[in-house]
Design a protein around this ligand. Structure first.
Ligand code: DX5
Ligand code: ZN
Length: 220
């Protein structure tokens, strides 16, 4: 039987050259990435704007890796179906961005796409109790959403530990994902507290040898 890789690595294409996205993704795929993390920002929920459905549909043609679409948009319920149709394999939505978290997670699932909830650094982990069992992924932001290259917020480690405990208490199965400031100096600690998926933008895209970093993280 093949043993599952312990930690999965999801390069965040926010740090790629948007004018050369196809080759950036092909490179990360060759380097051993497990998922491609796509940050969608609307300039309202966060003070930055990235891309929408067309980019997801176009990226889909360039890779066989699952697309992990992180929606940093206000009221994502308006758009999740279109991201599903564009080819998202996972869609995660922010707790802070909607009054309809559970119905929107259900809407995503109904489209045959894996769903997840995200919390920003100032949001209590406890707000996720109700939706946890529905989620395929729970994403913890370890920086304030909006930009790549920020410094990891240290209390994300105990927060991740708490999410792992909640998963056990609730007998849930969601993968635990961390996003923001993930680097060679905190990856091991993150794996130790139970992180299943490491998202990394700046660390991987600014490295001359991302394959080496990904290999090391797979071995954590
Ligand atoms: C921030 C995004 C992240 C970002 C991470 O709002 O959600 O995915 O790209 O970038 P790094 O790894 O550079 O902090
Ligand atoms: Zn992200």
């Amino acid at each position: 039987m093949m043993t599952e890789k312990k930690v999965k690595v999801a390069p965040s294409i926010l740090s790629a050259d948007f004018s050369d996205m196809g080759s950036a993704i092909a490179r990360m795929e060759q380097c051993g990435a497990d998922l491609i993390h796509c940050d969608v920002m609307d300039g309202i929920f966060v003070p930055n704007i990235t891309f929408g459905f067309k980019m997801i549909a176009d990226i889909k043609k360039h890779t066989r890796l699952p697309l992990d679409v992180h929606l940093m948009i206000d009221r994502p319920e308006r758009y999740v179906e279109r991201f599903a149709d564009a080819g998202a394999d996972y869609i995660t939505i922010h707790f802070e961005a909607t009054q309809a978290l559970i119905p929107t997670l259900e809407q995503i699932k109904k489209k045959g796409v894996r769903c997840g909830a995200v919390i920003s650094p100032d949001t209590s982990t406890e707000v996720l109790k109700e939706c946890f069992p529905l989620c395929d992924i729970v994403l913890l932001m370890s920086v304030y959403p909006g930009f790549g290259g920020q410094k990891f917020i240290e209390n994300s480690l105990p927060r991740m530990k708490r999410l792992k405990q909640m998963r056990a208490e609730l007998q849930a199965n969601a993968l635990l994902e961390i996003d923001g400031g993930v680097s060679e100096s905190n990856a091991k600690a993150l794996a130790e507290v139970g992180t299943d998926i490491l998202v990394a933008g700046n660390t991987l895209f600014s490295s001359a040898h991302p394959e080496k970093i990904i290999r090391e993280w797979h071995a954590l």
